[in-house]
Ligand binder design. Structure first.
Ligand SMILES: [Mn+2]
Length: 324
């Protein structure tokens, strides 16, 4: 970290900090934020942790999660904002437009990061923003307490898909080992994050799995979620987060797409790939966007029409990428 001394100076010279992360946060956004919170708090600083959409239910076990606010009245009472896990400043939401007077520190690992900070700690090879926070705290000589350790461990576990994704490196495991040495219980984290679903999510998953179909020689899986299903279980669409991964987990499947009905004749599509297919290209040609292995878009039409259209686009844009 070449400019770490500048961060050291900034922290010494500032009394009050905002720590912010992206809307619709997951474990890396919240975990990295809270690790920074405890680090600054332990230095005697005033710290406010902000997330415009708040803390998801499954992350409420994290120490400090109850102090996160969704609104800040007097932004100008703060000297500095530390933004974690955001590729651009707009990802923090409406707070973006109120930061003229604050020094901005950008800590991130997205390949698309646009260096929006006055100080930037961007490492595109890091598996999680939490990994960079860990490096920063070490270089600043800030002790890793248990509260910091469990937040950073959760950040890394979630962003590496429990050390399964290609982003997983020897360094991830080295950091994880250090964090476990601080007393983190890995089962406590995985139980809260992965084995703590509401009953209705599983019932609904059962129904969605019954809609599973395979296409293009078994390389493409489609799943279907209707408004009627959501109404019957009296739940909102966010409870279906991750359903699309069950399609991808099938032998031979390289692309999984879930069609989520949003209203009559309109669908939100969520796409996942393994192997060489770049689903961001598929999503883009349908008016959406995303990453190589995870993307999405919205389409109007009946389920039959939308399925047909997506199959045509897959044949046109992805057929050459499928393994032969
Ligand atoms: Mn992240």
């Amino acid at each position: 970290l070449s400019n770490i001394l500048e961060l050291k100076k900034t922290i010494e010279q500032s009394n009050a900090f905002i720590v912010a992360s992206h809307i619709d946060p997951e474990g890396d956004a919240i975990g990295s934020s809270l690790a920074m919170y405890f680090a600054l708090k332990n230095l005697g600083k005033k710290v406010c942790v902000y997330n415009e959409t708040g803390v998801p239910r499954i992350l409420k076990f994290l120490p400090g999660s109850d102090i996160i606010v969704k609104e800040i009245d007097s932004v100008n009472e703060y000297d500095c904002i530390i933004v974690v896990d955001c590729g651009d400043l707009g990802r923090v939401g409406s707070l973006k437009n109120r930061l003229e007077k604050l020094k901005i520190v950008n800590i991130d690992h997205h390949g698309t990061n646009d260096y929006f900070g006055n100080l930037n700690y961007v490492n595109k090879d890091a598996s999680a923003a939490g990994e960079i926070v860990y490096d920063i705290l070490n270089e600043l000589g800030i002790p890793i307490t248990y509260e910091i350790a469990i937040n950073l461990y959760t950040a890394i576990v979630v962003d590496t898909g429990s050390f399964r994704y290609a982003s997983t490196t020897p360094k991830c495991f080295q950091i994880a080992a250090e964090l476990l040495n601080k007393g983190v219980d890995p089962w406590l984290v995985s139980m809260n994050v992965y084995e703590n679903y509401p009953y209705v999510r599983m019932k609904l998953l059962g129904e969605v799995l019954l809609t599973l179909t395979l296409h293009l020689d078994g390389k493409v899986a489609f799943l279907f979620l209707t408004q009627d299903m959501l109404k019957r279980y009296n739940v909102s669409e966010d409870i279906t987060e991750g359903f699309v991964n069950f399609g991808r987990a099938i032998e031979g499947v390289e692309v999984s797409i879930i069609f989520k009905e949003t209203s009559n004749n309109s669908f939100k599509l969520s796409m996942r790939s393994k192997g060489k297919v770049d689903v961001s290209k598929i999503a883009k040609s349908l008016g959406g966007g995303g990453h190589k292995n995870a993307a999405g878009c919205k389409i109007n039409g009946s389920y039959e029409e939308v399925q047909k259209l997506v199959l045509e686009v897959l044949k046109e844009h992805a057929w050459y990428s499928f393994s032969k």
